[in-house]
Design a protein around this ligand. Structure first.
Ligand code: SF4
Length: 396
C-alpha cells in the first residue's frame, strides 16, 4: 500500500512553482460591497490569478459580461482567437509541465458558449448543466478537467451567462414539480453548474456565479449545485435562500497538501461550512477523491472529528455527503511524473488498482473490484460512527 510522502511540518497547500505573493489587486468596480469582503476577494485574486493575457473570441465584446471582465483586468494583453478550443500554444501542451501552474495563474480565456444541453446524471445532481466556465486556476494532481482541453487548462469563462441561465430556467420549468424523491434531493431538481471547473474561483473573474445563484433563487422546483475546494467569502453575500447547494470537497489535510495544489487549506473549507449554511446555502460534503494508503482510515477519523467539532447544529441538521474513491488516468500519471512525482506515489498504486477503458477510450485506473468494495464499506462504517447525522447520498 502507498506510503504518504514526508511533508514539512508547517507545509501549507503546495504550489510548487508559484513566485512569492504580490500585493493584492485593487477591488474591481463591481466587487462585493463590504470592504472586508472586497479585500479578501482581492487577496484571493492576487494569490490565484494574476491575469497577464486574455485570449478572447471576437464576439466577447458584444456582451456586457465580456466587457466587465475585460475592464477588471485592464493591463492584460488581449489575444483574439477564433475559438476557445484548441488555442495554439495553450491547450494540449502537456510537455510544458513546468509552465502548467503559471499558465493557470496568468491566463484567462473568454468565449461564447454555443452548445446548450442538460445531461441526466443521477449522482451529484439530477442534471449536469451547460457550465459557464471550464478549466481551473487550481491544479489538483488527480483532476480530470484538463483532459478535455489539454493539461495546462486555465479558466475559460463564458460571457453569455444570460442565454445559458435562460436555457436552464426553461429546462427546469418544463420539468415541473419533482414528484419522486431521490438521493440527489427529495423535492428539487438539482443542476450541477460546475462540472468542469470550480465556481468559487470563477467568481473571482466574473459575476456569472452570482447571477446563477440569483436565477435559481427564483425557481420554485430547482437547485443549483457545485463542488468546490476554494473558500471565496464573496459568495456569502449572494443570498441563495436555500436554492444553491455548495459541496465542499474534503480529504485528510496531510494528503490534501500533496494533491490539492493551489486550493484553500482543508481547515478553511471545514470552517466555512457553518458560515455558508448561515448565509443561506445548503452545504454538503464531497469526500473525493478518497485515496488509500497506509493509515488512511486513521486520517479520515481525525478529519471527521474536526468536522464534528467545527459544524454548527444548523449545519449538522442539513448535512449529507457523497463519497467517491480515486479514479486515475494513465496519461495524467505520465504528465504528473514530470512535475509532481510525490503525488503519484499516492495516486498510482498498481498493486491495488485495475485498468478500465473510459467512454472516451482513455485508460483509467481504479481500485480493484472486491478490494474497492471493502474500502467503501470500511469508509462508510467509520463515517456512520463518527458523523451519524451525515447522510450518505452515494458512495462508490
Ligand atoms: S478544484 Fe476541481 S476543477 Fe480545479 S483543479 Fe481541483 S479538481 Fe480540478
Amino acid at each position: 500500500m502507498a506510503r504518504l510522502p514526508v511533508l514539512e511540518p508547517d507545509a501549507e497547500t503546495l504550489d510548487l512553482f508559484a513566485p512569492p505573493p504580490a500585493e493584492p489587486l485593487p477591488p474591481a468596480a463591481d466587487a462585493p460591497a463590504s470592504a472586508a469582503e472586497a479585500l479578501a476577494t482581492a487577496g484571493a485574486v492576487s494569490r490565484l490569478l494574476r491575469v497577464g493575457r486574455i485570449y478572447l473570441e471576437p464576439g466577447v465584446v458584444d456582451y456586457a459580461r465580456g466587457r466587465e471582465i475585460l475592464a477588471r483586468f485592464p493591463d492584460a494583453e488581449r489575444v483574439e482567437v477564433a475559438s476557445h478550443w484548441n488555442i495554439p500554444g495553450l491547450h494540449g501542451n502537456e510537455g510544458l509541465v513546468r509552465d502548467w501552474t503559471r499558465v493557470k495563474r496568468d491566463t484567462l480565456v473568454l468565449g461564447v458558449r454555443k452548445s446548450l444541453s442538460c445531461r441526466p446524471n443521477g449522482r451529484s445532481a439530477d442534471y449536469i448543466a451547460p457550465g459557464l466556465s471550464n478549466g481551473c486556476a487550481m491544479a489538483c494532481a488527480y483532476c480530470y478537467v484538463p483532459r478535455r482541453k489539454g493539461y495546462a487548462n486555465p479558466i475559460t469563462t463564458f460571457v453569455n451567462a444570460d442565454e445559458v441561465l435562460g436555457f436552464l430556467e426553461r429546462h427546469a420549468r418544463r420539468l415541473g414539480p419533482k414528484r419522486e424523491p431521490n438521493q440527489v434531493d427529495p423535492a428539487a431538481w438539482v443542476y450541477d453548474v460546475g462540472e468542469n471547473g470550480d465556481c468559487s474561483v470563477d467568481a473571482l473573474v466574473s459575476d456569472n456565479l452570482r447571477d446563477t445563484v440569483a436565477r435559481f433563487r427564483a425557481l420554485p422546483n430547482a437547485k443549483a449545485s457545485f463542488a468546490t475546494k476554494f473558500v471565496n467569502p464573496a459568495l456569502l453575500g449572494y443570498d441563495p435562500r436555500g436554492c444553491t447547494r455548495v459541496r465542499f470537497s474534503l480529504m485528510p489535510p496531510r494528503v490534501a497538501r500533496v494533491l490539492d495544489v493551489r486550493t484553500s487549506p482543508v481547515r478553511k473549507r471545514v470552517a466555512a461550512v457553518s458560515e455558508f449554511v448561515a448565509a443561506g446555502y445548503e452545504v454538503h460534503l464531497n469526500f473525493s477523491p478518497v485515496v488509500v494508503y497506509d493509515g488512511w482510515l486513521d486520517d479520515w477519523r481525525a478529519l471527521f472529528r474536526d468536522v464534528d467539532d467545527a459544524l454548527s447544529p444548523a449545519a449538522k441538521a442539513q448535512l449529507a455527503c457523497e463519497v467517491v474513491f480515486l479514479t486515475h488516468n494513465e496519461a495524467l500519471h505520465l504528465v504528473n511524473l514530470g512535475w509532481h512525482p510525490r503525488a503519484e506515489a499516492l495516486l498510482w498504486t498498481p498493486e491495488n488498482q485495475e485498468a478500465k477503458e473510459s467512454e472516451q477510450g482513455q485508460r483509467n485506473v481504479r481500485y480493484r473490484t472486491g478490494t474497492k468494495g471493502r474500502f467503501v464499506r470500511a469508509f462508510t462504517e467509520l463515517l456512520g460512527r463518527e458523523l451519524p447525522y451525515c447522510r450518505v447520498r452515494y458512495a462508490f
